[in-house]
Ligand binder design. Structure first.
Ligand code: NDP
Length: 502
């Protein structure tokens, strides 16, 4: 069948004689029910939208490739990482988090950095952000966190009270909050930002030795940001500027590229590490675990059907390939469930058959059948049960390594301690220069604008615990009594919460 029909047809291929005029009784109407062309057209139009992603709704994507540049076979038997020079096709999607599908690309918000590698062992998805850490470390808090950042249910407005109330009552957020209000809080576009796997993952080799790994995709374009005032102008002038930038750069053949660095730790090193290596509110300081360069990704083809390839793209942190697996990171464990689950809701039970989500370079063969939009692409008339003696696909017998975890079950509260303030303090004091610190102060103060007194007070205390001098400056900038903030920075968290309750 030709891709370009020579005449207009219905969805089922019947020729359409007239497409601009409804079938009516006389020139003034009414319209006749028997205008089946009109009925089909209206009915399809009414179903054009699928549910928007609850988070990461606004995004842009591109196809490209990943090339391995170092020998990592002693750490992982992942086929797509098996030799320097090996290239794997991929698709990447970048996004903001809290904004809806039409929201401004220039919002202060983390950026999603979702990658799909079409490997010969099936699709491997790495679903990260432009930040190496995350706000919370327990998935039970995730819906609450997102509710606090998105729109209120009563008036559909975003609300600084909810944002700062949640953050200051959940101070493990601080590290990510410092990044969010720093110069990297509003990347200039999707090309000039790093991407991080954020979580710790497991790599294992042929001998079943396993390692913990963190991924850092460093932008080859250099990090560039929009300052607060420029971002506000950009959001009004061109709410889609980052999407446009990605398409235009690819059209100019300025293919955006990222260099992949990994940090790798043995289980023995992990046991002695000064931070919980599975706590996604922490980085692994480079001095303790030096990064090594192992690959490069290049995006060189923009999709020409946004809905098909970008809106319907679906990434799962649970899409592993042999050689790579999860770590006990609790947030990651929660995401192993919720991504696949949300795609089942948005796209249906056969979303893996949508071209962008298909395993392009691996044969798919299993006993899953039917469901909405099922197409016989594998299995066919073969058996739909296992075991069978009909020549159906059999398991490989390859297993991931055994990892021993010990302990009792329970709901273990992880209180915020002095350790949680160390890394945000290092970012503020050691990584930022004076100008960046000054802008950071302005950004935080502007972000708190409109939050009620007691919530600003509690938020200032959170920053005070990170750095007293910054706390004092912030108190003055947001009209909070510095003496009160200082006094509250010395009391227990429970007392702080009580002192700043309604
Ligand atoms: P290093 O001095 O070795 O590295 C500092 C890191 O900070 C670099 O990766 C740099 O990225 C990144 N960076 C610079 N400015 C910002 C910003 N505004 N927001 C986020 N990241 C930024 O330091 P350490 O490894 O000892 O870590 C010190 C602090 O740096 C950490 O507490 C953490 O807050 C932050 N950081 C650490 C990372 C890590 O994996 N160790 C990763 C990212 C941030 P680049 O090289 O691209 O300029």
């Amino acid at each position: 069948m030709s891709k370009k029909p020579s005449h207009l047809t219905t969805a089922f291929g019947a020729p359409i004689g007239e497409d601009n005029t409804s079938l009516t009784l006389g020139p003034g109407g009414p319209v006749l029910m028997q205008d089946v062309v009109l009925l089909e057209k209206l009915a399809h139009f009414g179903r054009e939208r699928i549910p928007e992603r609850v988070v990461h709704a606004k995004g842009a994507g591109a196809f490209g490739w990943f090339e391995v540049t170092a020998d990592v076979t002693k750490y992982t038997c992942a086929d797509f990482l098996s030799k320097p020079g090996l290239r794997t096709e991929m698709f990447a999607r970048f996004s903001t988090v809290a904004g809806e599908r039409g929201a401004a690309d220039a919002d202060r918000d983390p950026r999603g950095f979702a990658l799909k590698f079409y490997t010969r062992d099936g699709n491997y998805d790495l679903v990260g952000n432009n930040t190496p850490v995350f706000f919370i470390r327990d998935p039970m808090k995730f819906p609450d966190f997102i509710h606090s950042q998105k729109r209120l249910t009563n008036n559909n407005l975003r609300c600084p009270n909810a944002q700062w109330d949640f953050w200051s009552l959940t101070p493990e957020c601080l590290h990510q909050v410092v990044i969010l209000f720093s110069d990297r809080g509003i990347p200039a576009n999707f090309r000039h930002m790093n991407g991080y796997g954020s979580h710790t993952y497991m790599w294992y080799n042929e001998k079943k030795e396993y390692f913990w790994v963190k991924y850092h995709f460093k932008t080859d374009q250099g990090n560039k940001a929009l300052f607060r005032e420029d971002a506000q102008v950009m959001a009004g002038k061109d709410p889609d500027h980052a999407t446009r930038d990605l398409y235009e750069a690819i059209a100019r053949k300025e293919y955006p590229a990222w260099t992949l660095e990994v940090q790798i730790m043995t289980p023995e090193q992990a046991a002695k590490f000064p931070y919980d290596p599975f706590d996604v509110t922490k980085v692994w300081p480079h001095k303790l675990v030096p990064p090594m360069t192992i690959g490069r990704m290049v995006l060189d083809r923009a999709p020409d059907n946004y809905f098909q390839d970008v809106e319907q793209s679906a990434f799962n942190p649970s899409s592993f390939v042999p050689g790579i697996g999860p770590s006990p990171d609790k947030m990651l464990q929660g995401r192993l469930f919720s991504y696949h689950d949300t795609h089942l809701h948005r796209l249906g039970s056969n979303y893996h058959l949508i071209p962008v989500n298909q395993a392009k370079n691996a044969r798919v063969d299993n006993y899953q059948r039917d469901g909405f939009h099922f197409r016989i692409e594998h299995g066919g008339a073969g058996p739909n049960y296992w075991p069978n003696s009909m020549g159906g696909p059999a398991p490989t017998g390859r297993h991931e390594p055994e990892v021993v975890y010990e302990g009792a079950t329970g709901r273990f509260v992880q209180p915020v301690t002095a350790v949680d303030y160390e890394q945000p303090a290092a970012l503020y004091n050691k990584v930022m220069n004076d100008e960046q610190r000054e802008r950071f102060l302005g950004n935080v103060a502007a972000g708190m604008n409109g939050a009620m007194d007691r919530i600003r007070l509690r938020s200032v205390v959170m920053f005070w615990k990170m750095d007293a001098a910054f706390g004092e400056k912030l108190a003055k900038a947001v009209n909070v009594d510095p003496q009160r903030a200082e006094a509250l920075s010395k009391v227990s968290f429970a007392e702080l919460v009580e002192a700043t309750a309604e």
